[in-house]
Design a protein around this ligand. Structure first.
Ligand SMILES: C[S@@+](CC[C@H](N)C(=O)[O-])C[C@H]1O[C@@H](n2cnc3c(N)ncnc32)[C@H](O)[C@@H]1O
Length: 335
């Protein structure tokens, strides 16, 4: 086995834990540990590490990752070309190529779960995915979206494209309030482009658990540079259409949000008895559609994924319980 350099060994651990790696070290004459007080202005020694995010995903491939043979994922579907109103009603990445490829990953690759389903679309935006759910076979969809202009756009566009208005409903509100107040009968939850606009994961997942859906589809940015069970913190700006809205926990214009790593997301899902069944084949989509644009910088490097999860009791042995479960043997019981 090839011997690793000291820097490679440090980088491996550093990037696993922090998502950063050392790219360049300048020669310094003083040691890194100093008894001098730390000054506000960084010294040469403090500036000597150039930290850059690790370029590629360090997360292990997941067993549920779908893989196809070259050529299998050539996308001919141009779903939104048939419904072009959706190219006009959003300021959040309404690009033709990105929307159509996301349609493949979210709906075509999970087609069977929509048949006759009652769907909840969290952060329904301008209604594009609520509409796609109906067109994929869902019986009914409830969209939840706090921003007035987006709810109005959703109602107007679906009014134009769906003959039967009893098949959809858009609730203007915050998903956390709606999960508390409404009694919804739901088979499939769509959580698309929302998980990284909150930190209230426990509340979200306990609310979804109470609905007892069969399936949950999550399309989200993840902290792909880490293979730990961690969440990377960020701030959303409430005045951006694509960002979180202010809530009872936010302060001023900014909202604390986070992106979990894939192992972090899986642990949270498992803790609420959801099991990951499938990760859509984004690698295949990008491989077979070389002119695909607008997806390579996130889905293309594993920074964004599409996950199908189902309700399923997770065996205790699968949870990282660190030996806390009491056994029959009193002597080995944790104290
Ligand atoms: C990045 S966009 C995603 C839109 C769409 N679901 C998609 O995947 O293309 C995030 C959406 O979340 C909505 N949103 C923000 N905070 C929300 C909340 N507390 N409850 C429901 N939706 C929220 C925003 O208004 C915005 O429409």
């Amino acid at each position: 086995m090839q011997r690793m350099t000291l820097r490679a060994a440090i980088n491996r651990s550093l990037s696993r834990v922090t998502g950063f790696e050392i790219r360049r070290v300048r020669q310094v004459t003083t040691g890194l540990i100093t008894s001098h007080p730390i000054s506000a202005k960084p010294s040469n020694t403090q500036r000597s590490f150039a930290m850059k995010p690790a370029a590629v995903s360090v997360a292990k491939k997941h067993a549920a990752q779908v893989r196809t043979d070259p050529g299998d994922k050539h996308i001919r579907s141009t779903f939104f070309d048939r419904y072009p109103a959706f190219y006009q009603t959003s300021e959040t990445a309404p690009y033709q190529s990105r929307l159509n490829l996301r349609h493949d990953a979210i709906f075509e690759q999970n087609r069977e779960v929509f048949d006759g389903a009652r769907v909840l679309d969290i952060a329904s935006h301008d209604g594009r995915w609520s509409f796609a759910a109906l067109q994929t076979g869902a019986a009914h969809v409830v969209g939840v979206e706090p921003r007035t202009e987006l709810v109005e756009a959703a109602r107007s566009t679906l009014g134009q494209y769906v003959d039967d208005p009893t098949r959809y409903q858009f609730i203007q509100g915050d998903i956390f309030d709606v999960l508390q107040k409404e009694r919804l009968d739901i088979d499939v939850v769509l959580c698309l482009g929302f998980l990284y606009h909150t930190l209230r994961y426990g509340e979200l997942l306990s609310g979804l658990r109470a609905l007892n859906p069969k399936h949950l589809i999550i399309d989200t940015t993840i902290f792909h540079e880490s293979s730990g069970r961690v969440i990377k913190l960020d701030l959303d700006y409430a005045d951006m259409q694509r960002d979180a809205v202010r809530d009872g926990y936010s302060h001023g214009d900014f909202i604390l949000v986070g992106s979990p790593s894939l192992p972090g997301l899986e642990l949270m899902l498992n803790a609420y008895d959801f099991k990951i069944d499938r990760l859509s084949d984004w690698e295949g989509i990008i491989r077979d559609n070389p002119d695909a644009s607008g997806v390579k910088g996130d889905y293309g490097i594993g920074r964004r994924i599409t996950v199908l999860a189902s309700s399923s009791q997770i065996p205790r042995a699968k949870l990282p319980l660190r030996g806390y479960i009491p056994t029959d043997d009193a002597a080995s019981a944790p104290r």
